[in-house]
Design a protein around this ligand. Structure first.
Ligand SMILES: *[C@@H]1O[C@H](CO)[C@@H](O)[C@H](O)[C@H]1NC(C)=O
Ligand SMILES: *[C@@H]1O[C@H](CO)[C@@H](O)[C@H](O)[C@H]1NC(C)=O
Ligand SMILES: *[C@@H]1O[C@H](CO)[C@@H](O)[C@H](O)[C@H]1NC(C)=O
Ligand SMILES: *[C@@H]1O[C@H](CO)[C@@H](O)[C@H](O)[C@H]1NC(C)=O
Ligand SMILES: *[C@@H]1O[C@H](CO)[C@@H](O)[C@H](O)[C@H]1NC(C)=O
Ligand SMILES: *[C@@H]1O[C@H](CO)[C@@H](O)[C@H](O)[C@H]1NC(C)=O
Ligand SMILES: *[C@@H]1O[C@H](CO)[C@@H](O)[C@H](O)[C@H]1NC(C)=O
Ligand SMILES: *[C@@H]1O[C@H](CO)[C@@H](O)[C@H](O)[C@H]1NC(C)=O
Ligand SMILES: *[C@@H]1O[C@H](CO)[C@@H](O)[C@H](O)[C@H]1NC(C)=O
Ligand SMILES: *[C@@H]1O[C@H](CO)[C@@H](O)[C@H](O)[C@H]1NC(C)=O
Ligand SMILES: *[C@@H]1O[C@H](CO)[C@@H](O)[C@H](O)[C@H]1NC(C)=O
Ligand SMILES: [Cu+2]
Length: 560
């Protein structure tokens, strides 16, 4: 929606007391009024109102092979402009974003894509960046250009959606500046949490399909950590450090970009105030530690008010052994220091239970939305493991392990006016506009799964262990809303969303191995309107043509 005042006489705009800028003038806020944002604020319904900044942020990214040593051990890493995590993408709420991605990877058969996780892509499915669903993979030496509008604000991340590339290194943070639900002094930027394997994820994939998930070797805080135990003479790498000025409050933007690790995050002696879950601002709550599942984000504010206790404190990302193992789980630590330079802290951790839970009960979105009690669609998705022959295990939803064709993405099929989806495409068609879908995901297997939906924030209606019973459903009045939530071990997750965004949208488990093993379905939402959202068919086709000419080998995994 455009600025209303542009349609009004100037005097009316002035009468509104607007501090709205002319196009192109950036909005901002100050430490003591973070809820405000020009003529908008934290209560503005960002699903319908978007500042028209007139600003376009343009980025050029080159994906290339590298050898990096984030924990001191050199490893082949796929990089964006040479780094892992990749460069942080910055925008203001309402900006247009253009990202040119060039594939300079030289390893065998590596196409690529970039998905902007959690970005709604309203009427913009072709820019969602999912091979086999919204585009063909980008062939080596080819460039793709993604264009989208920052209609939401907060913290998120981008990553390749091709094979296991997101964990080969192709991932980074996104910061979209906007209002906040609590004041703070300084923004520390993203803190990207991830796990790390010394053999590459691709080289472990056969093992995963035949034996099961391997233990990862290590985890990283913002792309760095030590390797092996403290006190060991051959410890290598270095810890993440950041300085606190006593009396200052800091915003930290936590992202879990791991392949298989659920973290609890905390800073010894310091409470955190949580102000957003994924890209949804919430009523602030205070906690000593936070569960952060794979693909989830939390924005937290920390007051630097403990300098009388010590000068150095441990920041901890604790892999939860209830759903992931690694050799030195107590050693994923960074240092918060009040002095001139960091020193080894001697602080002790809060008492933190080990579990792979979710923050659901604490999440109350500021912009309230209700859910209809009368969904048009109620789908039940049973998650299992199936033996797909030759001792290869795949994940399946309703007995189908999703496998789609790199050369024939769903959007291309829609463009060609086909709808004869193959059984392994895992398609659920949702035709009517603005109706409600309830999706029950359940599994009797003892593994939790972070479930992520593209193109939407969904509402979490029920989440628990055992068998779902309709009496488990929570309030339909402003339930927690986000884009990634945990399906508990041997349990269920009931989520709901409205068909307010025509497109082909993947819903999948965000454990990297499981995505590649087909734990996914796709929604074809409002088929008849999707073709109209393909505004640049020629570039979609040229990506496919270049890939077609390049791919002479079989698809290797689920296709995304
Ligand atoms: C990445 O590299 C390209 C090509 O060298 C350059 O144009 C671009 O500015 C770089 N971008 C970032 C974010 O570093
Ligand atoms: C991409 O390159 C990696 C590293 O060499 C390799 O293991 C993987 O199989 C390649 N991906 C595909 C789809 O061939
Ligand atoms: C990409 O372009 C470079 C430079 O033109 C060339 O050396 C290389 O062989 C090309 N790679 C592929 C996979 O075509
Ligand atoms: C984390 O790394 C990113 C670059 O990847 C950097 O922009 C950011 O400032 C770092 N975060 C902190 C808290 O230092
Ligand atoms: C790293 O993890 C792999 C896969 O689980 C394992 O085979 C290897 O032994 C580990 N490496 C070290 C140095 O612990
Ligand atoms: C925290 O510290 C206590 C006591 O030192 C220890 O028993 C416990 O295992 C630690 N918990 C975590 C999650 O680190
Ligand atoms: C949601 O429902 C509650 C009553 O259950 C009502 O008070 C509130 O106004 C509704 N909110 C919206 C945004 O419709
Ligand atoms: C899901 O599938 C498993 C294995 O076939 C079965 O035991 C279980 O009862 C199914 N659950 C539901 C809710 O249908
Ligand atoms: C799953 O599919 C396989 C073959 O596609 C079939 O043999 C098996 O009976 C199916 N299982 C269930 C629980 O439907
Ligand atoms: C759907 O039909 C078209 C046209 O007949 C055909 O080319 C395509 O292969 C079919 N797709 C599937 C998935 O069967
Ligand atoms: C569902 O829960 C209700 C209320 O607790 C209970 O009466 C009912 O028996 C349960 N139904 C099933 C199928 O377990
Ligand atoms: Cu999973």
């Amino acid at each position: 929606m455009k600025y209303l005042h542009l349609l009004l006489p100037l005097s009316a705009a002035i009468k509104l007391g607007s501090t709205a800028p002319n196009k192109g003038t950036p909005c901002s806020n100050k430490a003591n009024n973070r809820a405000d944002w020009c003529r908008y604020n934290i209560h503005t319904d960002y699903y319908t109102v978007v500042p028209d900044t007139g600003v376009t942020r343009e980025y050029w990214w080159v994906l290339e092979d590298g050898i990096l040593s984030p924990d001191g051990v050199p490893r082949y890493t796929q990089t964006i402009n040479g780094s892992y995590p990749g460069p942080t993408l910055f925008a203001d709420w309402g900006d247009n974003v253009i990202v040119h991605v060039t594939n300079k990877l030289t390893q065998s058969n590596n196409g690529t894509s970039v998905h902007f996780h959690g970005i709604r892509q309203q009427n913009n499915s072709p820019n969602d960046g999912v091979p086999s669903i919204t585009q063909c993979p980008v062939a080596p030496n080819d460039t793709i250009t993604y264009k989208w509008r920052a209609t939401q604000y907060g913290t998120t991340w981008y990553h390749s959606h091709f094979g296991l590339q997101a964990w080969e290194g192709l991932a980074g943070g996104i910061i979209i500046n906007g209002p906040a639900s609590s004041n703070y002094d300084e923004d520390k930027g993203v803190i990207f949490l991830s796990d790390w394997t010394h053999p590459t994820p691709d080289s472990l994939f056969d093992y995963i399909e035949t034996v099961g998930p391997p233990t990862v070797n290590n985890s990283l805080i913002n792309g760095t950590n030590v390797w092996s135990e403290d006190g060991s003479t051959n410890q290598v790498g270095s810890r993440f450090t950041t300085k606190f000025e006593s009396g200052t409050s800091y915003r930290l933007r936590l992202i879990n970009g791991a392949i298989d690790t659920h973290f609890k995050f905390s800073i010894d002696n310091h409470d955190m105030t949580v102000i957003a879950s994924d890209l949804v601002p919430i009523n602030p709550y205070t906690t000593e530690y936070i569960d952060i599942g794979i693909g989830q984000r939390y924005d937290v504010i920390v007051n630097a008010d403990q300098s009388d206790v010590a000068e150095n404190f441990w920041m901890r990302a604790i892999p939860q052994s209830a759903c992931a193992t690694e050799p030195y789980p107590g050693n994923i630590r960074g240092i918060i220091y009040y002095g001139d330079s960091p020193d080894t802290p001697t602080t002790t951790n809060f008492s933190i239970p080990d579990s792979c839970g979710d923050e659901t009960e604490n999440l109350s979105p500021i912009v309230e939305k209700n859910v209809s009690a009368h969904p048009k669609w109620s789908e039940s998705e049973n998650v299992t493991i199936i033996d797909s022959g030759n001792g290869i295990f795949k994940w399946a939803v309703n007995n189908v392990s999703m496998a789609v064709d790199w050369k024939d993405p769903s959007l291309m099929q829609v463009y060609k006016k086909e709808s004869n989806w193959s059984t392994t495409a895992g398609v659920i068609e949702l035709d009517e506009a603005n109706d409600w879908a309830y999706i029950l995901v359940d599994s009797t297997l003892p593994i939790p799964h972070p479930i992520h939906l593209h193109g939407h924030d969904f509402f979490v209606l029920a989440q628990g262990t055992g068998v779902y019973n309709s009496s488990d459903i929570g309030s339909l009045s402003n339930p927690p809303r986000r884009d990634t939530a945990m399906l508990p071990s041997d349990g269920y997750l009931l989520l709901a969303f409205q068909t307010d965004n025509p497109g082909a949208w993947l819903m999948h488990c965000h454990i990297g191995w499981h995505t590649s093993e087909g734990l996914a379905i796709q929604f074809i939402e409002r088929y008849s309107e999707i073709r109209g959202t393909i505004k640049d068919y020629s570039s979609m086709k040229s990506t496919c043509d270049n890939w077609d000419a390049w791919q002479t080998f079989p698809d290797i995994d689920s296709g995304f």
